[in-house]
Design a protein around this ligand. Structure first.
Ligand code: MSP
Length: 690
């Protein structure tokens, strides 16, 4: 049996500081890596940063820094966070590493030598963010991926014969149904490929921040060919060193590429085509997960709702965050994060359920049996309830493992926690604390059986949960007197292996309860953390962020009165350093994010004569906006109309409906009749006004 396990995260763009969305992907991989190690596999867990491309170059320019310095800074903030989270990666790759660049050039050479690269000319629309050519679109058309306006370019490039792989890819999806998980993503990819593949431009000549094409340094290699190759270069592909080559032989192909759902096409179409063209084996499985939303909204810079993982680690613990992400979010689907939900889940499952089970069981073994695991009586002191727990535990082990194999992490944990609940109920029903007060032999035998049963169940759950909550499970394991949990072989987990007479360690609470003040603390920390980074990140983000992705930086706070023309009242303004009385600076104005939106739905708000509820497409996302224009506009006449939206206004509630943005209108006449702002020429949805 193949004893290696190679798992990768996507490599993260260095144009935004990391947040819990990025942490989510990496934590899921960390958890899988830990589990495979416990199963005795030789694991290689790779993560890193994606640092080339025009959007990184522009982000650096906007921050006033050389690209390399900018990339160094942001890349280290990812690495720092992974360390704060205690992630067990084996390698952190950067696409600016010399070994990686050499490997990418080798990949390009192979594609060219194998006849899959030719030179051609492209004139048309180009999305700078996605580094994507947008075929059959007119000037200024929005990018189909991110909604940003495209730019017109004319370039001579090298093309990859992607069209030659249509049939091969479809056959791959058919023959290896597990190549893309979950199934819905596979169907989407297959229908995309079925609709026809065009050759792909794989070099750029309009900027320099990338890996030069071998023998033609006027061109740099397309950022996705560069980035995807990291999965091979990180383990030695393209190196002349025999030790590196051996490592590549050992670990390639990857067992799991874990990705977010928005980059499925790059991984499931382009990547296997590149690999086939290069004559390399294909990864075994590509798994796409959903997005982490904040309080049901997408985390985004324009909403200012990006949450930092550091806050949670500091106010609670690494394990609290890990458990929440893996238990609360149904893997594969979008899931919501909120501080309240985090604390609730932690208190219910960890502080109450598992925490109680551990502290009751261990404290009673200490008190009634001098800290030694008692003997489960085979005699009349046994009851069916004891065997029921044993039976549930046996079933839990096999169900947990089966669900895990299917990437159903939250369901697997649900199963394990049913065992915890069953044992807590068993304790309540059998009242070992009452038996503990009696000295007769039968009571002692019964007490020993109950405490053995619950300690053994605790051992089983702790072992299963270890990859998810590594630190707290290690502490429970040590308190159970079992030593270092990392030495435990998960494949051998069976009911009834807790050695009798095991000496319990010092019993200490593992999951202190979190109260409301913890939520408030986290909220305050986030608020504070956002403030000082606003300017730097806003600048970088404005140049670099895809409006349609979850990966985004914090914006400037919603415009205060200054953006609407009120006098500047900062100390600097008063001292004469800012704009004159009654004026705002260009920076103040830049804080207001005005965008072109298109009304997709308009309807009256019940019980409010003046209000309409609108759903407005901003290119990358659809927003609900509640506007006081019902008396001036019939809803049906608004559908399809392009309007101007203040996109970074803090959301507020009107008649119980969240209004997430403001529609811009002139206020005309004494009654202040609203007249919507519009355009004489056609404008792409999502375009920014400045
Ligand atoms: N650089 C590319 C990937 C190249 S891989 C060869 C990229 N980077 S990214 O930084 O924009 O996003 C990387 C990953 O971060 C996403 O695929 C996803 O896994 C994760 N996430 C970023 N924001 C997220 C959420 N809000 N929720 C869940 N995952 C998120 O795309």
């Amino acid at each position: 049996m193949d004893n290696k396990f190679y798992i990768t995260t996507p490599i993260y763009y260095v144009n935004a500081r990391p947040h819990i969305g990025h942490a989510y992907t990496t934590i899921v991989c960390d958890m899988m890596a830990r589990r495979e190690r416990m199963l005795g596999k030789d694991v290689f867990f790779l993560t890193g940063t994606d640092e080339h491309g025009v959007h990184v170059e522009r982000a650096a320019q906007a921050a006033g820094k050389p690209a390399q310095q900018w990339a160094d800074e942001v890349s280290s903030s990812f690495r720092r966070l992974w360390d704060v989270l205690g992630l067990s990666y084996n390698k952190f790759i950067r696409t600016t590493d010399a070994e990686h660049k050499r490997g990418v050039q080798e990949m390009f050479r192979r594609l060219r030598d194998n006849g899959y690269i030719y030179k051609g000319k492209y004139t048309g629309q180009y999305c700078v963010f996605d580094e994507l050519y947008v075929d059959s679109a007119g000037p200024g058309a929005p990018c189909p991926e991110c909604g940003r306006p495209t730019e017109t370019v004319s370039e001579e490039n090298y093309f990859f014969k992607l069209s030659a792989f249509e049939e091969k890819l479809l056959k791959l999806y058919r023959d290896q149904p597990d190549f893309i998980r979950p199934e819905t993503r596979r169907n989407e990819v297959a229908s995309f490929v079925r609709s026809g593949l065009r050759d792909l431009s794989v070099t750029r000549s309009t900027f320099r921040w990338g890996v030069p094409v071998p023998d033609d340094p006027g061109h740099v290699i397309y950022v996705w060919l560069d980035a995807l190759s990291n999965y091979c270069t990180a383990i030695g592909f393209g190196s002349p060193d025999p030790a590196d080559q051996q490592r590549f032989q050992r670990y390639w192909p990857a067992d799991v590429h874990m990705i977010g759902k928005e980059i499925v096409r790059f991984h499931c179409v382009y990547w296997p085509a590149f690999l086939m063209a290069a004559g390399l084996e294909l990864p075994k499985t590509i798994v796409a997960h959903g997005w982490l939303l904040f309080e049901h909204d997408k985390m985004s810079k324009s909403r200012g709702n990006v949450v930092r993982a550091e806050t949670i680690v500091e106010a609670m613990s690494r394990d609290a965050l890990r458990y929440f992400l893996l238990r609360e979010i149904v893997f594969g689907q979008d899931g919501s994060f909120s501080f309240d939900a985090l604390v609730q889940r932690y208190n219910a499952d960890l502080a109450n359920d598992l925490g109680n089970l551990a502290s009751r069981t261990l404290t009673m073994i200490t008190r009634y049996f001098g800290g030694q695991v008692p003997y489960p009586s085979p005699t009349e002191a046994r009851k069916p309830a004891d065997d029921e727990i044993a039976e549930i535990a046996r079933r839990t082990i096999s169900e947990f493992n089966a669900k895990f194999e299917k990437f159903q992490f939250s369901h697997a944990l649900e199963t394990a926690w049913s065992l915890v609940s069953a044992v807590n109920k068993y304790l309540v029903e059998n009242e070992p604390w009452t038996l503990g007060e009696k000295q007769d032999d039968v009571s002692r035998a019964r007490l020993g059986t109950i405490l053995y049963t619950s300690a053994e169940a605790l051992r089983v759950v702790t072992a299963l949960a270890h990859p998810v909550i590594p630190e707290s499970s290690a502490r429970i394991w040590a308190q159970l007197g079992l030593g270092e949990i990392v030495n435990f072989k998960l494949a051998e987990l069976k009911w009834g292996q807790l050695p009798l007479g095991t000496k319990i360690g010092k019993v200490e609470p593992v999951f202190p309860r979190a109260d409301k003040s913890v939520v408030e603390k986290m909220q305050a920390m986030e608020q504070e953390r956002r403030t000082p980074t606003v300017e730097t990140e806003k600048k970088a983000g404005a140049a670099a962020q895809p409006a349609g992705r979850a990966v985004e930086v914090k914006p400037a706070p919603a415009p205060a009165a200054s953006a609407a023309g009120a006098p500047a009242t900062t100390p600097a303004a008063k001292a004469g350093a800012g704009p004159p009385e009654g004026k705002i600076s260009i920076d103040d104005f830049a804080k207001v994010e005005l965008r072109v939106g298109q009304v997709k739905l308009a309807e009256k708000v019940q019980g409010a004569d003046k209000l309409l509820r609108l759903e407005v497409d901003l290119g990358s996302e659809t927003r609900q906006v509640v506007a006081g224009i019902a008396e001036a506009y019939a809803p049906e006449l608004l559908i399809g109309r392009k309007v101007v939206i203040v996109a970074n206004l803090a959301p507020r509630k009107l008649r119980g409906l969240v209004s997430d943005g403001m529609i811009v209108a002139a206020s005309v006449g004494e009654q202040g009749k609203p007249v919507l702002a519009g355009f004489l020429e056609d404008v792409p949805v999502g375009a920014k006004l400045k």
